[in-house]
Write a protein that binds this ligand. Sequence first.
Ligand code: KG4
Ligand code: ZN
Length: 375
Amino acid sequence: MARSYILGIESSCDESAAAIVGFDGEVKSSVIYSQLAEHAPFGGVVPEIAARAHLDKLPHVIRQSLGESHINRQELAAIAVTQGPGLGGALLCGLHMAQALAFAWDLPVIGIDHLHAHLLSPWLKTATHRPHRLAYPYLALLVSGGHSAFYQVTNQAEARLLGQTRDDAVGEAFDKAAKTLGLPYPGGPAIASFAQQDPGCSFRFSPVRLKSGGFDLSFSGLKTALIQALPTAGHDEQGRRHLAWAFQEAIVRTLRDKLSDIVNSLEPAFRPQHVALVGGVAANTRLREVLGACCSDFGIALTIPPVDLCTDNAAMIAYAGTGIYRSAAANRGLTPQRPTTATMLDAYTRDKERSRGPTGPLSAQTGANTEPRVR
Ligand code: KG4
Ligand code: ZN
């Protein structure tokens, strides 16, 4: 029986997920258990609760994913699992689950960089999403609760970091702003539905432009601007709605301006033909609208995977695994190496200090950003 599929396992933050994906990117199944309800009372992700929930849910999620895929276990070529960055305890749950299954089923384990998997997510094929016109190289904007960065994705194995946030991630900025405005966690969707445009509103936050730093981003100043505007504008619901719109608008325009800067910095002949928007914040309608208009002004195609493939999922992990499996098999004639627990402990130590804790008040920095790896 041909071994044509990879089982992906994702447990880096607060989604317990498993998926079966073919080497051509076809998603046979993708099951995601969101731990939102467990974390919401604390206003953010609590690492200990996340790890316990992964232990509890991952076996069910994996079983369900295999069942829904209608493939035979003998058709699996490997197990791909998120190796980092992420919450240490949460990552270890997924890795050990993968190692146990690999031992039982005699399969190789492939450790996957979570950020790299996000960058490849536009290639996944589902009933509603086919990457018809996508081609390497493309420009990717990764915006999530933990990361905000621009990359040039050169091929399935390589991506070059162009610029990243120096403080808060975009999703994190939304989450903190929502807290200030008295909205629930997660803040991004809460702000998006609460925000109301008012052309007459005098509150505007300027898009952030760093004096130096190339294509880097920064969002912590916007939080301060929001706090300062709150006493004047936020005393009634209408005022808070307008503030939410102004905040969202400033974030969206900051990302649009940076994208324009990047494209303009390139000679027309070297401009990318495609931009991909990935990560949980890609669900934001206003961001899609504004980036869509910006890309069409440049004559560039914008690809946005469906929301359940933008947020954390295991299909992107499995797809990233297909590339590594193929090149390991082709280059060395060997099965890919199993990541050891030692590798994982490295990831744990590296990420522990940077891991995302509950969202505090706007004035508090959580140090949420785990640095993307430059490949
Ligand atoms: O990628 P993701 O599901 O998880 C990780 O952070 O890894 O992203 C979650 C983030 C949260 O901060 C959430 O507030 C934000 O994405 N988000 C949004 C929207 N939906 C989710 N931000 C703005 N607008 C939205 N519609
Ligand atoms: Zn993610």
